[in-house]
Write a new protein. Structure first.
Length: 452
C-alpha cells in the first residue's frame, strides 16, 4: 500500500529519534537489514538534509526574484520646517519662517524590467538545479548505505570464518601437544602448529576490529548515535540479482544520460547561465519603469501655524535607461556572463563523459565479478573436499597434522576470497544502478527489530 510523503517523513523522524534515544541509555547492539539501512540513509543522512536546505534557499531566491516585479508601500509622516532665507518663485531672497506636515502613505514601484525578467528566469533554473542536486545526493547516499551494509555483513561473516579457523588450529595445537608429550610427535611440528594458532588469534582480532569499524562507518552515514553498534540481521553474504547486464552498453549509456539527475542539474545550470548572459546583453535595453504615489494630507503655515490641513496627493511616473556599469554597454559584465556560459557548456560535456564512464566501468566490473564468482565457488568446493580428504587420511594414520592445517588454511582463504568477491559483486550491482540513475530509497520497513 502506498504511503504519502508526509507519513514517510514522520516515520523516518520517529525511527531516527527512537534509535538515538534508546542508544543514549544503553549501548545495545542494533540489528539492521539492507532495506532499513537504505531507508534510514534517505531519511536521516546529514548530506541529504544539507541538500534539502540548498533547495529551500534556491526556492527562496526564486521568490525574491519574482517579488521584484511588485511595488512596495511606505506609510509614515513627513515634517518640514524652514527658517530664515529662501528664494521665492520670482527669484527674490526673503526671510521666511514656515512649517508643514504630511501624514500618509507612499506607494513606490520601480522595476528594471529586463533585469527582473532575466533574474527571475535564472533563479528558476537555479532552483531546478538544486532539486536535481538533491536527487543526486540522495542516490549517492543510498549507494554509500548499500556499500556500508554489504561491508558490515561481510565483516561479520569474515568474523565467523576467523573464529572457525582459530577453533581448528586450537584443536590441532592441543592434539600435537599431547602427541609430543607422548613422544610420538616432533616438537618442531607442535611449535609450527602453535604459530598458526597465534596467527589465527591475530586474524580473529583484526576481524573483530573490521566488524566494529564497518558498524561505525554505517552509523555515521545513517546519522545514528555514535555509540551504537550495528549487526546485520542476516550475516550470510550471497550473490544478489537486482539488475540485468544483457542490454548493450550504448543503450545503458543513453538511459543513464536521460535519467541521471547530474545531467539534468548541469542542463539547468547551463540554462541559468544562458539567461544571465541574455540579461547582461538585452536586459539593459528594456527601460527602468518607476512610479510613486502619495496619499495623505498636508497642513502647516507661517511660523508655527498648524492649520489649513487637507487632503493631498502627489503622483510621479518615470521611464529611464542606465548607460554604463550595470546597464547598457557594460562590456565587463557581458564578457563575464559569456565566460560563465562557456564554462557551463564545458561542465555539461564533462558530466556527460563522467556518466558514460561510470556506466561502462560499472558494467565491466559487474561482468568480471560474475565470472569470478563461478571460479571462487568452485575453489571453495575444492578446498572443502581437500580438507575432508585430508581429515580422512589423518584418521587412518596416513597423513600428518600439518597437511590438515594447510588444508584448513586453504579453505579459510577460499572462503575469504568467495566472501570478498560476492560482496564486491553486490556492491557493483548497486553501483551500476547508481550509474544508470535508478537508485531510490525503499519504503519504510514494517518493523525495525533490535537485539543484544
Amino acid at each position: 500500500m502506498k504511503r504519502s510523503g508526509f507519513f514517510v517523513a514522520i516515520f523516518a523522524v520517529l525511527v531516527c529519534s527512537a534509535i538515538a534515544a534508546e542508544s543514549n541509555w544503553s549501548p545495545e547492539l542494533l540489528t539492521i537489514d539492507l532495506a532499513s539501512a537504505l531507508h534510514l540513509a534517505g531519511a536521516c543522512n546529514i548530506d541529504i538534509q544539507l541538500a534539502r536546505e540548498k533547495v529551500a534557499e534556491a526556492s527562496a531566491a526564486e521568490e525574491s526574484a519574482i517579488e521584484r516585479f511588485f511595488p512596495w508601500i511606505a506609510p509614515g509622516v513627513t515634517y518640514r520646517r524652514h527658517d530664515n532665507l529662501i528664494q521665492n518663485t520670482e527669484g527674490l531672497i526673503e526671510e521666511v519662517h514656515k512649517q508643514s506636515y504630511a501624514p500618509g502613505g507612499v506607494v513606490v514601484a520601480q522595476t528594471e524590467i529586463g533585469d527582473a525578467i532575466f533574474k527571475s528566469l535564472e533563479a528558476h533554473q537555479l532552483a531546478k538545479a538544486a532539486r536535481h542536486g538533491l536527487d543526486a545526493q540522495q542516490q549517492e547516499t543510498i549507494l554509500a548505505a548499500a556499500r556500508g551494509y554489504f561491508d558490515l555483513a561481510a565483516a561479520h561473516e569474515a568474523l565467523g570464518v576467523a573464529r572457525e579457523a582459530l577453533r581448528a588450529s586450537s584443536d590441532y595445537t592441543a592434539e600435537t601437544a599431547r602427541a609430543v608429550d607422548a613422544g610420538i610427535a616432533f616438537k618442531g611440528d607442535a611449535l609450527r602448529v602453535k604459530v598458526q594458532q597465534q596467527r589465527d588469534q591475530i586474524g580473529l582480532r583484526r576481524a573483530e576490529e573490521n566488524a566494529r569499524l564497518a558498524s561505525a562507518t554505517l552509523v555515521e552515514l545513517l546519522h545514528l548515535d555514535p555509540t551504537v553498534e550495528l549487526m546485520p540481521r542476516d550475516a550470510s553474504v550471497v550473490p544478489l540479482s537486482i539488475i540485468s547486464t544483457k542490454e548493450t552498453l550504448g543503450d545503458l549509456v543513453s538511459q543513464a544520460l536521460a535519467a541521471r539527475p547530474e545531467a539534468q542539474e548541469s542542463a539547468a545550470f547551463f540554462s541559468a547561465a544562458q539567461h544571465a548572459k541574455n540579461g547582461a546583453i538585452y536586459g539593459p535595453v528594456m527601460p527602468t519603469v518607476g512610479g510613486q504615489a502619495f496619499f495623505g494630507g498636508l497642513g502647516g503655515g507661517m511660523d508655527s501655524e498648524t492649520g489649513h490641513f487637507g487632503g493631498s496627493e502627489d503622483y510621479v511616473a518615470s521611464v529611464s535607461w542606465r548607460v554604463g556599469p550595470g546597464g547598457l554597454f557594460d562590456f565587463g559584465n557581458i564578457h563575464a556572463q559569456q565566460a560563465r556560459l562557456r564554462g557551463a557548456t564545458l561542465t555539461a560535456s564533462k558530466v556527460t563523459d563522467q556518466i558514460a564512464n561510470e556506466v561502462i566501468a560499472s558494467h565491466i566490473r559487474l561482468q568480471s565479478l560474475a565470472d569470478q564468482i563461478a571460479t571462487a565457488k568452485q575453489s571453495l568446493s575444492d578446498a572443502e573436499e581437500a580438507l575432508r580428504l585430508g581429515q580422512e587420511r589423518k584418521e587412518f594414520g596416513v597423513g600428518v597434522v600439518l597437511e590438515t592445517i594447510q588444508a584448513e588454511q586453504d579453505l579459510a582463504r577460499a572462503r575469504s576470497d568467495y566472501l570478498n568477491i560476492v560482496t564486491d559483486y553486490n556492491k557493483a550491482q548497486y553501483a551500476l544502478l547508481r550509474a544508470l540513475g535508478r537508485l531510490s530509497a525503499p519504503a519504510p520497513p514494517s518493523d525495525h527489530s533490535r537485539g543484544r
